[in-house]
Design a protein around this ligand. Sequence first.
Ligand code: OGA
Ligand code: MN
Length: 308
Amino acid sequence: MNAQVDSRPRGQETRTAPATSAGQAAQLDIRPFDSALGAEVMGLDLSRPVAPDDFKRIHQAHLDHHVLVFRDQRITPQQHVDFSRRFGPLQIHVLKNFQLQHHPEILIVSNIKENGEPIGLGDAGYFWHSDLSYKDKPSLGSLLHAQELPNEGGDTLFANQHTAWDTLPEALKTLVADLRAEHSYLAKYEELRARSPWRPKLTQAQIDEVKPVVHPVVRTHPENGRKALFVSEHFTTRIVGLPEDESRAVLAELFAHTSAPSLVYRHAWRPHDLVFWDNRSVTHLAAGTPDHLRRKLYRTTIEGDTPF
Ligand code: OGA
Ligand code: MN
């Protein structure tokens, strides 16, 4: 699951940087997982300044591997926010009741209740999705930092949507290549609300904030240039211009294809992990946590471009 291959045969993944006033003396090592995607970034302490060269390598690794895992990061919420901001402006989640105090850019993802009240969003990731795909400008990426972990369960699955496109049967590729689909935050909201305590009734202002949007079914990643499927069970409601039954059938086929086990890296969380994924390249899913175990993570989301 977490098996890793040493990437050094490629010859460029390891180097020693001298200490400079601009950053830390890091021996940054990027080790791709032996999996459909993902890499571990070693030798970096995000509580200290990241030198421009190291930042460049992290940025490139993010484009190449789509999910980066930074282990054992003892960072404050402010450091989490500051590092996230280096990739772009941050987005504030529509569920304002789960913001971390003094840090509106941080969404608390947690199944914990205090005094009978949920402290965070406990069912984030119940369905496969790409964060904030229901916005005109969906999220570029998200950074999730482990605060408290259960001793069983609680994994997160990531599926490679570039490979999903590359391996889509030709007939389906031809059919969907130029189609567009609607995404809506409200698509599964009532279904989730019925089975969990984490979904408050939305106000009209919140509903207005999440009007349905239309995005291409196949998007081109603005930075790595690769195509990716951009539909998900959580937020994609219909394919524009297809009769309803056909739309439903095509989406069902795409959903099955986009979450095939061969596309997936499964992340087993360790204390203080920070995981940074690319919402333009992957979809993700929470594997689930037994109700009696506590789990809490902090999330930032970076605004991306309008998909094309
Ligand atoms: C998220 C999310 C999944 C998880 O925070 O965006 O989908 O495993 N989380 O907590
Ligand atoms: Mn998510």
